[in-house]
Design a binder for this molecule. Structure first.
Ligand code: PEP
Length: 275
């Protein structure tokens, strides 16, 4: 794996927008970047009901479309669920896995994150795996322990050679939708620790061969998410361990989202290998 990492700006629309609004927003993003150069990878993650419209609006462009969740099974009697097979057939390329709102409100656990991650990799969907601590955990000094556990548990039984497309997002729960931003230097530190956790996870101290050190994490993009907006994105993306942004509230209008994409473009321009 190469150690050059992409810059990615992903918008998580959550449970917002109806058909006409979704079309309008996706077209606004497409039109807003159509003549731009040095663009980061842009991913729009609308609700399931808007995937078709957003796929139509982004057809023939570099903008990618992701789902906000999926089941880990291919098909069957699982009322209300959407499978990776269905997403791929619809033209979706990315999927958010383990968002804190799924963990908080819908029973997502580290082990279901692992199942979804395996399913995404099996079906060639790019997984954006979210990890992050709650406010209580941060105040108790548990940030690193919680994030390391979430990262390692998500990777259980996944081979290093299957990590090619995986993306992580550090999303401190207390910073999501609250307007409270994690200080850029601290976000950068945790993003770096996600990468070193991955390296440690795949490094072997025992085994028939002598100890081998993995650098798998060095190639994996790690995004920051939590009240990202135009006014803070440049500071975040100037740091070495933050490869992009997972954006909630500020992805809901093109007026707010386009300047964040522009922030990603600045990072690409400064380090062209990060396109
Ligand atoms: C998110 O939904 O992943 C998120 C980071 O939300 P917000 O940008 O609104 O904090």
């Amino acid at each position: 794996m190469s150690t050059q990492r992409k810059t990615i700006i992903a918008g998580n629309w959550k449970m917002n927008k109806v058909t006409s609004q979704g079309k309008e927003l996706a077209s606004g993003v497409v039109n807003g970047i159509k003549d731009k150069v040095d663009l980061p990878e842009v991913v729009l993650c609308p609700p399931f009901t808007l995937l078709h419209e957003v796929l139509e609006a982004t057809k023939g462009t570099a903008v990618k479309v992701g789902a906000q969740n999926m089941d880990y099974r291919d098909d069957g009697a699982f009322t209300g669920e959407v499978s990776p097979v269905m997403l791929v057939a619809a033209g979706v390329t990315h999927v958010i896995i383990g968002h804190s709102e799924r963990r908080q409100f819908f029973g997502e656990t580290n082990s279901t994150v692992n199942l979804r991650l395996k399913a995404a990799l099996k079906h060639d969907l790019v997984p954006i795996v979210c990890v992050g601590e709650t406010l209580d955990e941060r105040e108790e000094g548990l940030t690193d322990a919680v994030v390391r556990r979430q990262v390692s548990a998500s990777l259980a039984d996944i081979d290093e050679s299957d990590l090619e497309t995986i993306v992580f997002a550090y999303e401190p729960v207390w910073a999501i939708g609250t307007g409270k931003v994690c200080e850029a230097v601290e976000a950068d530190r945790v993003c770096g620790s996600i990468r070193s956790t991955i390296n440690e996870y795949y490094s072997r101290a025992d085994g028939p061969q002598k100890a081998s050190k993995s650098s798998a994490g060095d190639s994996i993009p790690v995004l920051y998410g939590g009240s990202v907006k135009a006014s803070n994105v440049d500071e975040q993306l100037a740091l070495p361990n933050i490869d992009g942004s997972l954006v909630g509230g500020a992805s809901l209008t093109d007026k707010d989202f386009l300047p964040i994409i522009e922030g990603g473009a600045k990072r690409v321009k400064l380090t062209p290998s990060k396109a």
